[in-house]
Design a protein. Structure first.
Length: 287
């Protein structure tokens, strides 16, 4: 029985190299007692055939396929039906996990029973390399959710029993694209809390196209999730401005948001993270 189940969804990924790097970064983990459940969410047959062929490289990979596109919440819930691990780790198809990520997160949860979830810091990178680092609060409280989600979804590891108690991800259409924000707040409402390791164990792909993906309807979804979540957490009073924050952000041109993000999270580093993974080297560097 594997100790960890890693869950990843895919859907018509335009760059197969990104998917290959994401998969390989998990397969090269220093912690090896895991299963890797990948669910394709109704992609075109060409991409799925390529994915199925690539997944044959490691017996720890379990490949599923949805009959049509259902969204990430449905896809992850389906993965959970097959998961056997005591700990559930997330992964996205265009990001990269540092080699020690699973080992460090598993070690933390195994020795800190008070926490239901553990995340970490993340490098921010694009096709030119690493351009910044996102540092999150180590011990987020309920008020921390007002600004933004306090965990990077594809970089977290969660106790299996906690996900089961919360009945997985909420598949309601109005929570599409913000199912992670909703899940984390529901987790805190239920009395659980999480921790972010002050270690950069993940690399989150954020480029110009990332901003163009944030359509207006997803921003309305986030406003609704924020309102309900803040109300359940008991932090809504006097903080309605944070509910409409996604709409205000949506009025800012994508290139301006890109500049603001670079100012906030750091400057470019002369480090090609993709090359490190591609050549099988340990992806972690000291800052």
């Amino acid at each position: 029985m594997p100790r960890i189940s890693v869950l990843m969804g895919t859907y018509n990924e335009t760059n197969r190299k990104h998917v290959r790097l994401a998969i390989d970064s998990i397969l090269r983990q220093t912690f090896t007692d895991f299963e890797f459940i990948i669910c394709d969410d109704g992609s075109e047959i060409g991409f799925y055939r390529w994915l199925a062929q690539y997944c044959k490289k490691d017996k720890r990979i379990i490949l599923l396929r949805n009959d049509k596109n259902h969204g990430l919440a449905f896809t992850l819930n389906r993965c959970l039906e097959y998961a056997k691990g005591d700990f559930i780790a997330r992964m996205d198809a265009d990001d990269i996990s540092m080699a020690a990520r699973l080992e460090r997160q598993h070690s933390f949860l195994a020795s800190h029973a008070a926490y239901a979830l553990v995340g970490c810091y993340a490098y921010l990178f694009d096709e030119k390399g690493v351009w910044g680092i996102r540092r999150l609060p180590e011990k987020p409280g309920k008020m921390s959710f007002l600004q933004t989600s306090v965990f990077i979804h594809p970089a977290v590891m969660i106790r299996r029993e906690v996900i089961e108690e919360l009945h997985g991800y909420d598949e309601q259409p109005w929570k599409l694209r913000v199912e992670d924000y909703d899940f984390f707040m529901r987790m805190y409402v239920a009395g659980y809390c999480g921790y972010n390791l002050p270690e950069t164990l993940f690399a989150y792909r954020e480029n110009n196209s990332s901003y163009r993906k944030r359509k207006l309807r997803w921003r309305f979804h986030e406003c609704a999730v924020r309102y309900c979540g803040f109300q359940s957490l008991g932090v809504l009073h006097g903080n309605i401005r944070y509910v409409v924050k996604p709409l205000a952000a949506g009025m800012i041109p994508a290139w301006v948001m890109r500049v603001l993000r670079k100012i906030k999270y750091g400057k470019r580093m002369a480090w090609k993270i993709e090359g490190a993974v591609e050549h099988g080297r340990d992806c972690h560097i000291k800052l």
